[in-house]
Design a protein around this ligand. Structure first.
Ligand code: KG4
Ligand code: ZN
Length: 353
């Protein structure tokens, strides 16, 4: 079975073809970073327009990997939330048009479920063994920071989440403050590798392991105060030291709480996913801290961590395999999945959704 996946929830237009076992046949992503960079963050209206321009060429490129193109597609999966409503509508309308005109099954996919199952995507030879279920997932992206216990595609328990900024948002805001450009994560990561993480003392936000929630806005404020007092670092080394100090605090809290979640749930498999899982400091620290506890850490390749449509196609394949289908009037949602509109993918079963 070939599933066409379409993703337009934020600032990447993605289309991909994935088989039901997770084999990625094609995965095309058109990023809008250059459009939003001058504003230091995603501008929703610009995002919608850029998706409109990109969605058909990107979908055609993804389909070109199949001998008979659209004739070889068996089902269509599309992100229908959470995300920017105007952006989501672009992908959802295209998916509906393809599904309806071809008589193909349509499934809406929760973007977060896509991230959680991205670790099962098979991209070529030598892909590492994916984790067994259940696993603990740390989902860290520009829009989300949360810990889940993943038992199946429709049984996902939210264990903790950020009370304010997402981890990626904290990286982006700090980079903006330091004049490092957008998106901030990759550049902070690169500079941090050359800096001394003990150079600047910063508060450890919500370090208590009594709960598994996060908070990053206090750290961002502390860093802003530091910059007000000491000025923006004027040498590359001082900038690297400040980035390393910031990154260390974020990484420490993420890793400590992830391992606390493993301990509390008795689950020894930890998946890192979302754009911030590309962070080298986070990957290294998680592996180092997990080993003595007997916890195995799984990190998908970067193409699977950041926004892509292959993860949407695969999560869609899981819904299809469970016999789930959505009607052609499938709605989009910005934050909370409407109960009646998304009955078979109750994500996350928790206090917040
Ligand atoms: O998952 P993603 O591509 O999009 C969202 O769903 O948000 O994540 C993008 C976020 C941005 O905030 C970006 O700064 C962050 O991931 N990011 C990183 C790194 N690469 C991307 N953060 C830290 N270190 C990185 N290497
Ligand atoms: Zn995402």
């Amino acid at each position: 079975m070939n599933v066409l996946g379409i993703e337009t929830s934020c600032d990447e237009t993605g289309a991909a073809v994935v088989r039901e076992d997770g084999t990625v046949v094609s995965d095309v992503v058109a990023t809008q970073i250059a459009e939003h960079a001058p504003y230091g963050g995603v501008v929703p209206e610009l995002a919608s327009r850029a998706h409109l321009r990109a969605v058909l060429p990107v979908t055609e490129r993804a389909l070109a990997a199949l001998p008979r193109g659209l004739d070889d597609i068996d089902a269509v999966a599309v992100t229908n939330g959470p995300g920017l409503v105007g952006a989501l509508l672009v992908g959802v309308q295209v998916a509906k048009a393809i599904a309806w005109s071809r008589g193909l099954p349509l499934v809406g996919v929760n973007h977060l479920v896509g991230h959680l199952f991205a670790v099962y995507l098979r991209r070529g030879e030598g892909a590492p063994e994916p984790p067994p279920l259940p696993f603990i997932a740390l989902l860290v992206s520009g829009g989300h920071t949360a810990l889940y216990e993943v038992r199946s595609h429709s049984d996902i328990v939210l264990l903790g989440q950020t009370r304010d900024d997402a981890a990626g948002e904290a990286f982006d805001k700090v980079a903006k403050l330091l004049g490092l450009g957008y998106p901030g994560g990759p550049v902070v990561d690169r500079l941090a590798a050359k800096g001394d993480p003990r150079a600047v003392e910063l508060p450890r936000p919500m370090a208590s392991l009594r709960n598994l929630d996060f908070s990053f806005s206090g750290l961002k404020t502390a860093l802003a105060h530091h910059v007000k007092r000491a000025g923006v670092p004027d040498s590359e080394q001082a900038m690297a030291d400040l980035c390393a100090s910031f990154q260390r605090v974020v990484v420490d809290v993420l890793v400590k709480k992830s391992l606390a979640a493993c301990r509390a749930s008795g689950v020894a498999h930890l998946v890192l996913t979302g754009g911030v899982a590309a962070n080298r400091g986070l990957r290294a620290r998680a592996r180092e801290a997990a080993e003595p506890l007997g916890v195995q850490v799984y990190v998908p390749p970067i193409a699977s961590c950041t926004d892509n449509a292959a993860m949407i196609a695969y999560a869609g394949a899981l819904r299809l395999a469970a016999g789930e289908r959505d009607p052609v009037d499938l709605p989009v949602f910005s934050r909370v999945a409407p109960k009646d509109a998304y009955p078979s993918s109750k994500l996350p079963r928790s206090r917040h959704y």
